[in-house]
Design a protein around this ligand. Structure first.
Ligand code: MN
Length: 696
């Protein structure tokens, strides 16, 4: 732990005008207030605020920030009040401490509400003064460094998750890359201990194989640049397990396939030297096109400036190189904090515009959940990572289910899914996956994607594949109906119908073989008569049309209309003879005939209503019904059989819903009259295949 005089000397080093006495008072105050409190590590509690203050001196922050760091937990965890702080250290320090305290209080609230609320106050406090954020980030970083002392695994998990989801991205947004990297590294170790251990192992193995690679490459880079007359500093490092893991996830590759596990930094003396160094490197080694980024001429919004490139070292190893000046380097690693140093009162407002965007969302949303959704979207890539049992990694949008996962692995696997194990446990296919889940898909023998999966899948790939498969399946079912109808038609022709006759018939009809013929019959694209003619040409000449009412011209007449006025049966309610009807005058149509309970009538004007009735012997109209059947093989065909038995022709059939184990269809049917339609509905309701049948 930093001693009192060490801390004060550090501040005086970079700010000789700092108020030494005030710093000393703050140090003594925190030691006294925290008294005998201890941390999970067994250390005295005050070691924590002192370490946080130390982190702030690394960033050369002003004395108010250092004092705030020292005092940041006194109001929350001791008897001290904000009034005490103000009386002892002035209004500015009191305001900053209050900001940090508010954030800490929120951490103690229950889960969901807390997370959102936390973020909101956090952001508001930040927008007021960026120094509150800096202290908060340092506080979180020190807590992460000492996380392993906490005994309860759930608590460690929660803190690590929050760090990964909220604090590391915030550190990134304000350009605190050092903080971001360390937070991610520590959180990753906690959240994915196995992945962490595996990657660490592999790295250790690599190091033992060709020890000193990092140093050798750094030296080679330095020599190449020296030969070109450039004085530079070169440092190299292995990437942290977390960034390797993220690369594996982003590129869907295994550890062996991650080729760029080393990164190098070249620090030059001037902007011009940066570009010159880049040129030298690009001529010495092969560079990867498309990986070159010039953040010197166009800095990132958080102020980050550097040149980035990737080189092929000895033809097989990809190494990342960042080239920058020393000043850029300072700014890059500590972002806004670097700007803050020495420049009290000169706030870099332009660089916190992303914060302003967030604040606007915060102000606009009242619902904590909604807020969290928005802010997370803004600060965190809304992705999850899931593994196959063999360890292949897939990146999916948040909310993805095992079905999305299966389709992401392979279209066939998706189609064959019947169940899933998540982390070894059987779970429903609609379960949203979480980061790091291991997903095992249980395959059925047949590919049978379900229509109701569309209700929960989130990826476009799964959605498209399911739609395609369901369409094909529907086609098969319609063909199955056609086959049944065909068998009946075949009994009516004066010949035995074999395979050849069927082939010839489909040829005559211009169809491509038996399946197409059956589909055309099932989909009511052909009348019985057309099929019979195709099977045995000329055979329908003697058939008495009267036997089948549907072959006669429909004879609908309407009473109550002025002679000569045209009419049309409305398509919203599909009235059939026997229904109580009224007419609506419509421009260009004449009169539109509606069933009296049709909703469309509600919008008509009374004077336009015509009281109508059906003419004698009117028969033949389209009735619309909605039928819900049990969704299993053969039920659709049974329904079609009922229509056929009742000499009713299906004009259109459309699946409107699929809620396993039911499927609902909307069907337009040619019927003689209301009695006919009612008879058909009764027959449907009597069938085992049908759950419900109503007029639509
Ligand atoms: Mn703290």
């Amino acid at each position: 732990m930093l001693r009192q005089y060490e801390l004060v000397e550090r501040v005086l080093d970079y700010d000789p005008n700092a108020d030494e006495a005030a710093l000393n008072r703050a140090y003594v105050y925190t030691v006294q207030k925290h008294g005998t409190q201890t941390r999970a590590s067994g250390d005295p509690y005050f070691s924590h605020p002192v370490e946080v203050a130390g982190l702030m001196t690394d960033l050369q922050l002003d004395q108010e920030t250092i004092m705030t760091a020292l005092l940041h937990d006194t109001v929350e965890d001791t008897l001290a009040t904000i009034e005490d702080i103000e009386a002892n250290f002035g209004p500015e320090v009191a305001r900053l401490v209050d900001g940090v305290t508010k954030l800490s209080k929120i951490e103690a609230m229950p889960e969901d509400e807390r997370a959102a609320e936390n973020l909101r106050k956090f952001l508001l406090a930040m927008s007021e003064d960026i120094r509150v954020l800096l202290v908060k980030l340092a506080d979180r970083l020190h807590n992460m460094r000492t996380l392993h002392f906490i005994k309860k695994p759930e608590k460690r998990q929660r803190i690590a998750r929050e760090t990964m989801d909220i604090y590391a991205p915030l550190a990134e947004r304000v350009g605190m890359y050092e903080y971001m990297r360390e937070m991610q590294a520590l959180a990753f170790e906690q959240l994915e201990p196995e992945a962490f251990a595996t990657i660490n192992d592999r790295l250790a193995k690599l190091r033992s194989q060709d020890g000193g690679q990092v140093d050798a490459i750094a030296l080679a880079i330095k020599q190449a640049l020296a030969e070109a007359g450039l004085t530079v500093e070169v440092s190299g490092r292995e990437k942290h397990p977390y960034s390797i893991w993220r690369k594996m996830a982003e590129r869907h590759v295994s550890f062996e396939q991650v080729t760029d596990i080393m990164a190098f930094r070249v620090v030059c003396e001037s902007d011009a030297d940066c570009y010159k160094a880049m040129g030298v490197l690009h001529t010495t080694w092969q560079f990867l096109p498309g990986r070159f980024k010039d953040y010197i001429s166009t800095p990132k919004t958080n102020g980050y400036r550097s040149l980035h490139t990737s080189l092929m070292y000895e033809n097989s190893m990809r190494v990342e190189v960042q080239i920058r000046t020393r000043t850029m380097h300072q700014t890059n690693e500590f972002g806004l904090a670097a700007h803050w140093a020495y420049k009290q009162g000169d706030r870099p407002d332009g660089q916190v515009s992303w914060l302003r965007d967030l604040i606007e969302i915060v102000d606009a949303s009242h619902d904590a959940e909604e807020l969290l959704e928005h802010t997370r979207l803004a600060i965190y890539q809304d992705r999850i990572f899931a593994f196959t049992p063999k360890g292949a990694l897939f990146q999916l949008p948040k909310g993805s289910t095992p079905v999305d996962f299966a389709f992401a692995v392979h279209t066939d696997l998706g189609a064959q899914s019947v169940g899933a194990k998540i982390n070894g446990r059987h779970m429903p296919l609609r379960t949203p996956l979480e980061n790091g889940d291991v997903v095992e898909i249980i395959k059925g023998k047949k590919a049978e994607p379900q229509l109701n999966w569309l209700g929960f899948v989130v990826t476009g790939k799964a959605r498209a594949a399911i739609r395609r498969a369901v369409r094909l399946k529907e086609r098969d079912e319609v063909a199955e109906i056609g086959r049944k109808l065909f068998d009946e038609i075949a009994t009516k022709v004066p010949a035995r119908i074999g395979k050849k006759a069927v082939r010839d018939a489909s040829k005559r009809l211009g169809l491509d073989g038996e399946p197409e013929l059956m589909y055309a019959i099932g989909a009511a694209k052909l009348s019985d008569r057309e099929v019979m003619e195709a099977l045995v040409p000329g055979c329908t000449a003697d058939i008495d049309d009267d036997e089948d009412w549907s072959k006669r011209d429909h004879t609908i007449s309407i009473r109550g209309l002025t002679a000569g006025v045209g009419f049309k049966l409305a398509e919203c309610c599909h009235p059939v003879p026997g229904d109580r009807i009224v007419g609506l005058r419509k421009k260009g149509v004449g009169v539109e005939v509606h069933a009296i309970d049709c909703l469309a009538l509600a919008s008509g004007i009374d004077s336009d209503w015509l009281d109508l009735s059906w003419g004698k012997q009117s028969q033949g109209a389209l009735g619309r019904m909605r039928v819900t059947i049990y969704d299993r093989p053969g039920t659709l065909a049974e329904m079609a059989g009922i229509f056929a038995q009742n000499l009713s022709n299906v004009k259109s059939l459309e699946q409107v819903q699929n809620d396993a184990p039911f499927a609902s269809y909307e069907i337009d049917l040619e019927v003689q009259d209301l009695a006919h339609l009612t008879r058909i509905l009764s027959a449907l309701r009597a069938s085992d295949a049908v759950a419900q049948a109503e007029r639509a």
